[in-house]
Design a protein around this ligand. Structure first.
Ligand SMILES: Cc1ncc(COP(=O)(O)O)c(C=O)c1O
Length: 442
């Protein structure tokens, strides 16, 4: 428990202290996102104060009407009584294939485009498949920091993983670091998110080429997690079929599997529908190991008819129609999905400035030599406080975040802030609270 000399904090000191004690959380710095959500809910109820809630990466925008209306229409037409095909409804598969062509400039047949119950399920299914391809390659490598639940998935599956924080290995330095793991011969899969949750770093083409080249050299599969597709707002990726395209490792290797979430880019988190896109060569590839386990050697076939069948037997029928309609509008150029979410970048710009003006430092601040984009997340620290200390102290000032320590980051001083739940009406509160914090601790 932290001790604050000045107990005149923006949120009633005794109430926050009591609720932290009541929560049973032993170390705030190690608390999971959901534990923090529950703790702050309790403090808000007791104090009737509204927090600047930056702990959870939930979309802060309404779902596009195009998706909702298409779902209603599909439901009224009776889809809810029928099982969806496991590999996805045809219109959705076609639109995913078009989307990947128009926004990544990558050719994939609709057959290799599969809806999943969020990217969460896509990742789980991918781990299940990719760790079975070669008995010697039994380990997944995370280029961290990363999304904590993916490691939880591997723990649930009882699979091995290794991780390293990319902070000190940007640009050319990434090659030697990655190769030091791949040389051992036990890595089946490399996974990272781009743009990155939690740091919002975006790999450059140079870095993606390093990853792709090494994936070729060591025959490993890259899971590129695009949960924040197109949301590096420094470039305009919004025009279908026109440069610039969202950067991807798919330009440099055939060994890839993409996870494209609809949760943030399309504000569709509640419907749990995401996209898994697999390189056609990988989809159609035969593996002896799969033949031994499943009696069929084909990667794509087993992924669909063994793994996804066993996990959920497909994705909610109406949600697929909703996503298909949104993608069609985006692909046809009649709905600019990036414009819809740009507000996150605008918020981040203002909020980062407030933190910096009040003595805080941005932890992950560059992509090679370029300043980081403003987007869904940013990372910050305060003087020489550890992240855990900082997180707990900030709770007395009505500000919540999560510790980078739970994301595989070595920057133990850092916290992750998510901007999605803080709109302009709360900026004055945030500024006041950060000023008070800085006054008390500088
Ligand atoms: C990096 C990353 N991957 C995957 C997901 C899960 O996405 P979905 O909601 O599509 O399951 C998230 C959600 O926050 C994420 O940040």
């Amino acid at each position: 428990m932290v001790s604050l000399k000045n107990q005149d904090t923006p949120i009633d000191f005794a109430s926050v202290k009591k609720q932290i004690e009541r929560s049973g959380i032993k170390s705030i710095g190690k608390a999971s996102i959901r534990e923090l959500v529950s703790l702050i809910n309790e403090i808000e109820i007791e104090t009737k104060e509204k927090y600047i809630r930056m702990e959870m990466g939930v979309p802060g925008l309404a779902s596009p009407g195009i998706g909702i209306n298409a779902e209603i229409k599909a439901l009224k037409s009776g889809v809810s009584s029928k099982y969806p095909m496991i590999d996805g409804i045809t219109p959705l598969k076609n639109e995913i294939s078009r989307f990947v062509k128009y926004f990544l400039n990558i050719d994939v047949t609709p057959k290799s485009c599969i809806p999943t119950v969020g990217s969460m399920q896509g990742g789980f299914a991918a781990f299940l498949m990719l760790t079975k391809l070669d008995p010697i390659k039994d380990t997944v490598l995370f280029i961290d920091p990363g999304f904590p639940v993916q490691k939880q998935q591997l723990e649930v599956l009882d699979k091995k993983f290794k991780t390293f924080d990319v902070y000190n290995f940007r640009g050319e330095a990434l090659k030697e670091k990655l190769e030091s793991y791949l040389l051992k011969g036990n890595i089946s899969t490399i996974i990272y998110s781009n743009p990155n949750n939690p740091s919002w770093i975006c790999f450059t083409d140079n870095e993606l080429k390093i990853i792709g080249d090494l994936a070729n050299k060591y025959n490993v599969i890259v899971i590129e997690d695009m949960a924040y597709f197109g949301m590096d707002f420094r470039k305009d990726y919004s025009i279908p079929g026109q440069e610039p395209y969202q950067p991807t490792v798919a330009n440099f290797t055939d060994n890839w599997l993409l996870l494209i979430s609809s949760s943030k880019a399309f504000s569709y988190a509640g419907q749990r529908v995401g996209m898994m896109v697999i390189n056609d060569k990988l989809f159609n590839k035969s593996f002896d190991s799969l033949n031994r386990i499943y009696g069929n050697p084909l990667f794509g076939h087993n992924l669909i008819y063994k793994v996804l069948y066993a996990l959920s037997s497909g994705v909610t029928h109406s949600a697929q129609y909703g996503l298909a309609a949104m993608l069609k509008a985006v692909n046809d150029g009649s709905f600019d999905f990036i414009e819809h979410v740009k507000v996150y970048g605008e918020r981040a710009k203002v909020m980062k400035k407030m933190f910096i003006n009040n003595g805080f430092t941005i932890v992950y601040d560059k992509d090679e030599d370029k300043p980081l984009a403003d987007g869904f997340y940013f990372t910050f620290s305060y003087k020489n406080m550890t992240g855990s200390e900082l997180l707990e102290k900030l709770l007395y000032y009505g500000v919540s975040a999560i510790s980078l320590a739970i994301t595989g980051s070595d920057r133990i001083e850092g916290l992750r802030a998510c901007v999605s739940q803080t709109d302009a009406s709360q900026f004055a509160d945030l500024e006041y609270r950060l000023r008070e914090f800085n006054k008390h601790f500088s």
